[in-house]
Design a protein around this ligand. Structure first.
Ligand code: NDP
Length: 234
């Protein structure tokens, strides 16, 4: 059975790996992103998750092209690190607006059709930072921890409609936001990871696909850590 899948922030990094993995198993995949051209072979939708109208329009185009949505992967994310005392309100709000409220806008839009059809999968991409907290990431950690609470609430609210809501919390992934790390930073981070390496985007995609699969039909409200053990105990 092929499904209609939408991945926010699916034009590059982890989102693109997720989108490609769904497409490789035959699903009809749309990727929503703000800038640039979309990746070859996937339906590309211009969408700013900080703008509700833009989210509504992108979901409508995805449904027109691919049919009613079966799976939403809320992956779009950003970071603006800075120590608390110097962090501007705008910087805190921008990160929350994209990472948390953006995922809320996408989930709300997805749930419209899913509740009617009484089926669907919501997967939110959080981060190990939600549980461990890192200096300079008050905004980012708050947004990613917020996703965990939101998914738990949605898991209960949407269960009667046959919809599951789960979270994937990657550790440091060798893609996207980490591309700017220096070799020393990478070494230091890797030393803390029990499995001794960064995650690949594919490691993360595999967890997302499992949570979206029929095998995970009885799994809802959980956070699956894909972090090589970095967050053990949290
Ligand atoms: P990238 O920076 O490579 O990609 C971010 C994606 O989000 C891009 O597609 C970008 O679109 C999109 N995006 C950002 N803001 C918006 C917006 N307002 N509206 C629509 N799309 C937007 O990041 P990664 O691949 O590294 O990260 C993907 C997710 O995984 C994020 O949520 C991140 O927090 C999380 N994560 C990443 C980790 C890592 O180590 N890389 C670790 C743990 C979690 P555009 O290209 O148009 O800007």
């Amino acid at each position: 059975m092929t499904r209609s899948v939408l991945v926010t922030g699916g034009n590059r990094g982890i989102g693109l790996a997720i989108a490609r993995k769904f497409a490789a198993q035959g699903d009809r995949v749309a990727v929503a992103h703000r800038s640039g051209d979309g990746p070859d072979g996937l339906l590309s939708l211009s969408c700013d998750v900080t703008d509700s109208d833009s989210v509504t329009a992108a979901f409508a185009r995805a449904a027109e092209a691919h049919g009613p949505l079966d799976v939403l992967v809320a992956n779009a994310g950003t970071s603006e690190d800075g120590l608390l005392i110097g962090m501007k309100d705008a910087s805190f709000q921008r990160v929350l607006d994209t990472n948390l409220t953006g995922a809320f806008r996408a989930a709300r839009q997805a749930a419209l059709g899913m509740t009617r059809r009484r089926q669907g999968r919501l997967v939110f991409i959080s981060s190990v930072a939600a549980h461990r907290g890192y200096p300079g990431q008050a905004n980012y950690a708050a947004s990613k921890a917020g996703l965990v609470g939101m998914a738990r609430a949605l898991a209960r609210e949407l269960a009667p409609f046959g919809i599951t809501a789960n979270v994937v919390a990657p550790g440091l992934v060798d893609a996207g936001l980490t591309e700017s790390l220096t070799p020393q930073q990478r070494r230091r981070i890797t030393q803390d990871v029990p499995l001794g390496r960064l995650a690949s985007a594919d490691d993360v995609a595999a967890a997302v696909l499992w949570l979206s699969s029929p095998e995970a039909a009885y799994v809802t409200g959980v956070t699956v850590a894909v972090d090589g053990g970095l967050g053990i105990g949290h």
